[in-house]
Design a protein around this ligand. Structure first.
Ligand code: PMT
Length: 406
């Protein structure tokens, strides 16, 4: 996903003795792909489920297991590991490690590190549903949350032990997002943000529609970036085939009129509104209730204009609200974008070159220029959409700071 906050970070991953320990291998691989330096501490029980050699090979760092190992502890390794980490993650976390951490017990390598570290901590419980639901475990989780430890809720479903319930190892993407959030300052806490994404579909009969190739990737990346900064995010999305980001309130719509109606309901409550959706400018005047039959003649469809959503929001916007548009352009990019900035009463617009194969619709990267009302322009090189999203949020944050004198 190329999440900027992860790149170059040092992470200490604790693996404890759960059948889900094998899933930690995939987590290591994904973290390495994000440019994270992963150091692993395994409990002795974890070594019953997966081998330290596999972990060492994937993490490309020595694995720590034994607190009293003469070699590992020659330079007081547990204190060094506890100090060097930007973040400590326990995944999977058994009921046992939750209990030890909650009580401050330090009787092996991992529990000693948990006591010795000053780094933020994320825990991903995974265990039998009865053990997870047990009041003792729940109490320990509450204690840990109270100490500002981020506890990722386990998934529900069928378990290796044959039972059904909550206790499954959470999806890797959710853990990666939790880690990213814990590493990001919560600068958008208490802010309500509306992000639109994806295409709209304008049907002219029950099975055919006019649309565009928007995948939702740009808008979804913005929603994820805002979640990482601890905003309350409403994602207003047209039909796409990518999974929704964790932690957003999702509003699914199909047509531009549906998007307009929902946006107008939500907008008054929002602090920041970012329209990355590729909204259909026109819709068929008539929608046939039956499938239009094929003939040898040309088919003419009369299109009528859809309301301009962000322009309508621009007319009712409160002084403290920030509205951001995108301009998908094929020519006169800067000129067209700056006209939209003014006509739609936006605070800033992202001019998007959609002529290149590495930019615009469907691809994972984008080439944009961010235009502000004071005439300043931030020109970005071709970047992953995740990074474009972060840069855009930085610009918005800076604008709010200058405007509100925060
Ligand atoms: O989804 P991806 O595959 O990742 O692609 C990303 C993207 C190319 C769709 C995105 O980066 C982008 O450029 N989105 C804006 C597309 C667009 O509709 O541009 P526009 O120039 O036609 O519209 C200008 C602005 O007005 C946009 O913020 C648009 O959301 C908004 N608009 C447009 C029409 C309309 N009826 N109502 C609107 O609010």
């Amino acid at each position: 996903m190329a999440i900027p906050v992860l790149k170059g970070k040092t992470l200490l991953l604790g693996i404890t003795g759960s059948i889900a320990a094998y899933k930690a291998l995939d987590l290591i691989r994904r973290l390495k792909e994000e440019g994270v330096d992963v150091h692993v501490v395994m409990t002795k029980s974890a070594c019953q489920f997966i081998t330290p050699l596999t972990v060492q090979t994937l993490s490309e760092n020595a694995v720590a297991i034994d607190l009293f190992s003469l070699r590992e502890e020659a330079d007081i390794g547990h204190i060094k590991l506890a100090r060097m980490a930007d973040l400590v993650v326990i995944a999977p976390a058994t009921a046992n490690i939750l209990a030890k951490a909650a009580s401050g017990i330090a009787d092996d390598y991992l529990s000693t590190i948990l006591l010795a570290t000053r780094a933020p901590v994320v825990m991903c419980p995974a265990m039998n549903p009865a053990m997870y639901e047990n009041p003792a475990t729940q109490k320990n989780i509450e204690i840990l949350k109270g100490r500002n430890i981020l506890v990722v809720e386990p998934d529900s479903g069928s378990m290796a032990c044959g039972e059904e319930g909550r206790g499954r190892f959470p999806p890797i993407d959710l853990i990666i997002e939790a880690i990213s959030k814990k590493l990001t300052p919560p600068t958008w806490k208490d802010l309500k943000v509306l992000v639109s994404a994806g295409p709209t579909r304008e049907f002219f009969d029950p099975v055919r529609f006019i649309s565009n190739p928007s995948s939702g990737k740009m808008g979804y990346a913005i929603a994820r970036a805002a979640i990482r900064r601890s905003a309350m995010v409403h994602l207003l999305t047209g039909p796409v085939s990518i999974p929704p980001p964790y932690g957003v309130t999702i509003h699914n719509v199909t047509s531009a009129m549906e998007m307009y109606n929902r946006a107008m309901e939500l907008a008054p409550e929002m602090d920041i509104i970012i329209m990355a959706a590729a909204v259909g400018d026109y819709r068929p005047e008539k929608i046939s209730t039956k499938k239009v039959k094929k003939t040898e003649k040309a088919l003419a469809i009369t299109l009528i204009p859809n309301p301009d959503i962000i322009a309508a929001i621009g007319k009712i916007k409160k002084p403290q609200q920030i509205t951001v548009g995108f301009a998908a352009e094929t020519d006169n990019i800067l000129e067209n974008a700056s006209q939209k900035l003014i006509h739609k009463n936006l605070d800033l617009i992202v001019a998007n070159d959609v002529t290149r194969p590495d930019s615009g619709f469907c691809v994972d990267t984008n080439r944009v220029k961010i235009l502000l009302r004071d005439g300043s322009i931030l020109e970005l090189p071709c970047l992953p959409k995740e990074e474009v999203a972060e840069k855009l949020l930085d610009v918005i944050e800076d604008l709010r700071r200058r405007r509100d004198g925060i």
